[in-house]
Write a protein that binds this ligand. Structure first.
Ligand SMILES: Nc1ncnc2c1ncn2[C@@H]1O[C@H](COP(=O)(O)OP(=O)(O)OP(=O)(O)O)[C@@H](O)[C@H]1O
Length: 768
């Protein structure tokens, strides 16, 4: 291939071109801003007119947000061809103002941009030169050129890398605690995944650092660009492992000018519940198993009760007797209907009311001469109506067949030993013991698939719907505030400099008045509406760290995507959750049988070869059949191990962090610890060193972050210090996978501190 070469000759010409692009961007921004202001000031009109106005307003709001987002690195590349004019590649597409609307900048997702990621010297696709433009703000800092010339190939084994100089500079940059987009340096095998077609299940299996998360996010942006209409309506969901991880990746899509994606964790997937509680992994694992399904069905059935013998209610001054046999028949009929509990209730009520109306008819309509009952059909219908409205009758029926919410059923099941014993008869006593928890315990992520399953068993819950209507109004106000902020943020510098006062939308409407104006249209974005609606079905679902999902979590997720249009990224060698999977077949067989596509990513962009050599030994111990991904670079820094006297660990961690902090400059340092030692090590470090983050949701932008391996899933640090690897292995049946994950979080340096013997899988690490 084609080595990348830094060039200085064309700096002036390229800077001029960039200036032209920014000028065009500013011009379009000013136009959109002007249109949005006009629309915000309009009012009244027919409902149809208002809704059209709303669509136009959303369009300009979105355009403005996009144009604001691409300010940095708007244009990052250029392709030169043998027989065509050059193409400039950037974050969005820009066209000239003239009638021909010549393309000035090509969106990286457009087919015309594809050679930027795929062209090689062997297969140049007409490209003669690929140029990377390095910028800061609007200023061009440098140019790297690759001439796609077979004669220049040097057989160094790196023929499959595109834009090597730009890639290596991105990979060796210090980490900031927030993931960056990789749009400038997407590699060919990643591009295949990103641009794969929308339908069907695509599984992306790849070892640590192969860019699975990055690829998943860029795929979302690609799909939204390519299938814009369909996906804007139905929405795209990205499911990540925990809130810290979501924060870590939260900047990537906005930097690609895409904001309409719902990022969520499993714990967010039941509207109205934010499940953040912790629980021991065995109980979380059990909650993810299909064995819970009969337990939930039984838990619902247990609420459908009949009186021991009978109940008596007062109706219209007369005693009415509701017999056990009547209730049993009514319950059987309602259950036979096959409808969910809250809906089948109507059958139950109808049957009991019917039986009671017959009882009344016999009392007041009996013909003293022994003839037919004197009450007409109309009289009986009236009697039934009165019975339904009778508060005592209602209370008795409610007692036997209450309207239920998923939350109530699950809360009582998990806190009431009698209910659990009854519904959980199919479980062992030890399993029931594991599930039981004190009243008032917070919801955990593993509860969420159970709540969702119960929502299916119970049927539509009206209370939720009413609450959501109330929330809608609040969200409308918040949305309006957002729009007004964008209008504010989009005022260009020129406007602010002008002497003359500019009448902006903010001057004339406040957020709540604005929300009123649009009160009859649902102003929430697709992502917001999807988040508030359990029955929402997405156009596409992307699952990251997918190996960790339990069978019941998959069941829940599949309900959200009946089209089975999904991208699933993960690594079955990194599974740490006990209910997670170690084979993809197992996951998809029940839903799509063999109809899923598997792609593998094989190059590790994160972990340098020296660290990966250590990880490879751990991987071999997990399963000798697994292949570690190939590191794209060496860091030239050898991993070290340091024995520590028992009891001296916390002090040793503090010294090691001090030492390593010097070595990584303004980079980030992750201290990965066994769960049992997290508090102790966290406290020692916090007391000794500034800028240490520790706890449930640590701020990754701090210089030093102390966390368990479970928390560190999907993250990365310039230096990783692993404390007590033998305890990490011992803490879980999947402890070796945890150690593998811990080691592969490093982008540069790895250190190990151990008071026990170094585990044999790490014997290749040199003493410090
Ligand atoms: N083409 C690329 N250009 C620049 N950086 C890249 C590229 N591909 C991946 N990276 C970087 O490599 C690192 C690892 O990527 P990512 O976190 O997506 O990997 P992963 O496969 O999800 O890893 P893990 O399974 O260990 O969580 C990130 O810093 C990412 O930005």
């Amino acid at each position: 291939m084609s080595r990348s070469v830094a060039v200085t000759d064309d700096m002036g010409a390229e800077q001029t071109y960039l200036d032209g692009l920014y000028e065009r961007l500013d011009q379009l921004r000013a136009q959109a801003d002007g249109r949005l202001r006009e629309i915000l000031l309009e009012s009244g009109g027919t409902p149809q007119g208002r809704s059209q106005r709303d669509a136009v307003r959303s369009h300009y709001t979105e355009q403005l947000a996009q144009m604001n987002a691409v300010e940095n690195a708007l244009c990052f590349g250029r392709l030169d061809f043998a027989a065509q004019s050059p193409r400039y590649i950037g974050r969005i597409g820009l066209f000239a103002e003239d009638r021909d609307r010549d393309p000035l900048l090509i969106d990286w997702r457009a087919p015309a941009a594809r050679p930027f990621y795929l062209a090689t010297a062997v297969s140049p696709d007409g490209v003669t030169r690929r140029r990377h433009l390095r910028t800061r703000g609007r200023e061009l800092l440098g140019i790297d050129d690759e001439v796609l010339d077979l004669a220049a190939a040097n057989g160094d084994g790196r023929e499959d890398l595109t834009g090597e100089a730009a890639l290596l500079s991105a990979l060796t940059a210090n980490r900031t605690g927030r993931m960056r987009d990789i749009v400038e340096t997407i590699q060919a095998e990643q591009d295949e995944v990103i641009r794969s077609v929308l339908p069907g299940v695509l599984v992306v299996q790849g070892g640590p650092g192969t860019g699975k998360t990055a690829v998943a996010l860029h795929r979302a942006a690609y799909l939204l660009y390519t299938y814009r209409q369909q996906l804007t309506r139905q929405g795209v969901l990205i499911l990540g492992p925990n809130p810290t991880f979501l924060r870590y990746i939260s900047q990537v899509l906005p930097s690609l000018a895409e904001t309409g994606v719902l990022l969520a964790t499993l714990g967010d997937m039941f509207p109205g519940v934010r499940a953040r509680g912790a629980e021991p992994s065995p109980s979380a694992a059990l909650k993810g198993e299909p064995a819970m399904l009969p337990v939930l069905a039984a838990a619902v059935a247990d609420w459908q009760t009949v009186p021991h013998d009978h109940v008596e209610v007062d109706h219209d001054g007369y005693p009415l007797r509701i017999d056990r046999a009547v209730c049993e028949d009514a319950r059987a009929a309602a259950r036979r209907s096959g409808r969910p509990h809250n809906i089948a209730r109507a059958h139950f009520v109808t049957e009991v009311v019917h039986a009671l109306s017959v009882q009344i008819a016999e009392r007041i309509g009996a013909d003293p001469l022994g003839g037919e009952n004197l009450l007409s059909e109309a009289d009986l219908a009236e009697t039934r109506r009165e019975l339904r409205e009778d508060a005592d009758v209602q209370a008795a029926l409610f007692e036997m067949w209450p309207l239920l919410t998923p939350r109530r059923v699950l809360r009582e099941l998990l806190t009431d030993p009698d209910r659990l014993a009854s519904a959980g008869a199919s479980l062992t006593a030890a399993q029931r013991e594991m599930l039981l928890r004190p009243a008032g315990s917070p919801w955990t992520p593993a509860d969420v698939p159970l709540l969702d399953e119960l929502a299916e068993l119970l049927g539509e819950d009206d209370t939720l719907r009413r609450r959501s209507a109330q929330r809608q109004r609040q969200q409308a106000v918040e949305y309006a505030e957002g729009v007004l902020e964008i209008v504010e943020g989009s005022r260009s510098l020129d406007f602010e400099d002008e002497e003359e006062e500019i009448l902006s939308a903010v001057d004339v409407v406040d957020a709540s008045a604005f929300a009123e104006r649009y009160a009859d249209v649902d102003t929430r974005s697709t992502a917001e509406r999807a988040a508030a609606d359990r029955t929402w079905t997405f156009g596409h679902v992307i699952v990251d760290e997918a190996q960790e999902l339990s069978p019941l979590a998959w069941r829940m997720l599949m309900r959200r995507v009946p089209s089975r249009s999904m991208t699933v990224v993960g690594d079955v060698a990194q599974t740490s959750d006990l209910a997670g999977t170690t084979t993809w077949d197992q996951v998809f067989e029940p839903y799509v049988a063999q109809r899923w596509r598997l792609t593998e990513l094989t190059v590790n962009y994160r972990t340098p070869a020296e660290v990966m050599a250590v990880a490879a030994d751990v991987l071999a111990a997990i399963d000798p059949g697994l292949q570690p991904p190939r590191s794209v670079r060496s860091a030239g820094e050898m991993p070290w191990a340091e024995p520590v006297a028992p009891g001296a660990l916390a002090g040793a961690v503090v010294s090691a962090v001090r030492r390593e902090a010097g070595a990584v400059g303004d980079g980030r340092l992750g201290v990965l610890v066994p769960e049992a030692l997290e508090d102790e090590i966290g406290e020692s470090l916090t007391a000794a060193i500034p800028q240490v983050a520790v706890g449930e949701q640590p701020d990754l932008r701090h210089r030093v972050v102390v966390m368990t391996v479970r928390q560190a899933k999907g993250l990365e640090f310039d230096t990783v210090i692993v404390a007590e690897p033998d305890r990490i292995i011992g803490e879980s049946p999947r402890g070796l996978s945890d150690l593998y994950v811990a080691i592969t979080r490093a982008t540069r340096r790895l250190g190990i501190l151990h008071s026990a013997d170094l585990p044999k899988q790490l014997s290749a690490v040199l003493p410090a």
